[in-house]
Write a protein that binds this ligand. Structure first.
Ligand code: CA
Ligand code: CA
Length: 349
């Protein structure tokens, strides 16, 4: 089988055309060198490969799971984890291209993408010759570390119906590991293929407060206490000093920061008002994403204010990506006051 290659971008030199590579075995790795930063190529059939100086390289915009390493909690019938990333979508388990754990509690499967990636979609091919319902309840987690066995990470989705394949929109998630967990007793996890569509994230996550460069708005403004005050670089949290925002008392008030580009956010810090009324912020939610829908309040949730004090609170957003950072306060008759919002992250390129 051959794969049609086509190159874009000025950095790609050399031959690009129709290559005969052993995709028939779907394990061409030994012949293909890993990603080179800055190189841009596109390819059909999920394989993103380009040739320079007689070496094949790929650019991680396609199915990057294919280039990862897979592992699982246990293996039965020799159906190893890497069968789910062999590039072969054959869903008849007897054909030898599906993974299979032993019957066990909370079985899992995981692919290591070898670097932090900005994930857009995860596609899962289920077994179809039998046992399709076994996959029900499986969860897709994306994380950048294996701390706490990779379970303290972000949930992209849960399989809730019996089908032959599933596509999950994981836009806004970044991570190196994609893990599929099947919670429950005496479960068997079988995956015929897992495809992860993603591109490589910058290796360095900034330590600069990017909020300062953004533009702030809010649902309403009380007595001139504008949205801008939460990004004026001043964490003074005494209202009288004029560096805290204040909406009118209203239903679901919100504050939004427009970063004017997509950033991968590691941390958001909120400085609450201290001279009074700290409890008003209870239940406030931080959302991050690219959608302006619902004023940005429907983007992915980074965290919720569960306890308040007059001090600065820190939220780990674990690499959620987006242009908008929102703080909204669900409920009737609410007042949203923020003395400072700091956002730490990097441009996603
Ligand atoms: Ca397979
Ligand atoms: Ca301020």
């Amino acid at each position: 089988m051959s794969v049609l290659l086509e190159a874009v971008g000025p950095r790609v030199k050399g031959y690009c055309g129709r290559f005969d590579i052993p995709i028939a075995t779907h394990r061409a790795r030994s012949k293909i060198k890993p990603h080179i930063a800055g190189q841009q190529c596109v390819v059909r059939h999920y394989y993103t490969i380009c040739d320079t100086q007689n070496k094949l390289y790929y650019h991680s915009t396609g199915n990057v799971a294919f280039w990862g390493t897979a592992t699982q909690s246990s293996t039965d019938y020799g159906a190893s984890a890497d069968r789910a990333i062999d590039g072969n979508n054959n869903a008849d388990a007897k054909q030898g291209s599906c993974s299979h754990t032993k019957e066990s509690d909370n079985p899992w499967w995981r692919v290591d993408l070898k670097a932090n990636h900005l994930v857009s979609k995860v596609r899962i091919i289920n077994r179809k010759d039998c046992c399709r319902e076994r996959i029900l309840g499986a969860e897709i987690h994306i994380s950048n570390s294996l701390e706490n066995h990779g379970n303290s990470n972000k949930l992209c989705g849960t399989i809730q119906s019996v089908s032959t394949n599933y596509t999950f929109d994981c836009d806004g998630f970044t991570g190196r590991y994609v893990k599929i967990v099947l919670p429950g007793r005496d479960k068997i996890l079988e995956l015929c293929e897992v495809e992860v569509f993603a591109r490589k994230a910058p290796s360095h996550v900034g330590s600069v407060n990017i909020a300062l460069e953004g533009m702030a708005t809010q649902s309403s403004t009380f007595r001139g206490a504008s949205a801008r005050r939460a990004i004026d670089g001043n964490t003074n949290n005494n209202w009288i000093n004029g560096s805290c925002t204040h909406t009118k008392s209203s239903k679901d008030p919100w504050w939004r920061l427009d970063l004017k580009g997509t950033y991968i956010v590691s941390t958001v810090k909120i400085t609450n008002r201290k001279d009074c009324c700290s409890e008003r912020l209870l239940g406030a939610e931080i959302h991050i994403g690219n959608s302006p829908e619902n004023n940005g309040n429907s983007n992915r949730l980074c965290g919720t204010v569960r306890s308040v004090s007059g001090n600065t609170m820190e939220f780990n957003c674990q690499g959620l990506a987006g242009r908008y950072v929102n703080v909204n306060l669900p409920g009737p008759h609410k007042i949203l006051t923020l003395c400072e919002i700091e956002v730490y992250g990097s441009m996603s390129n």
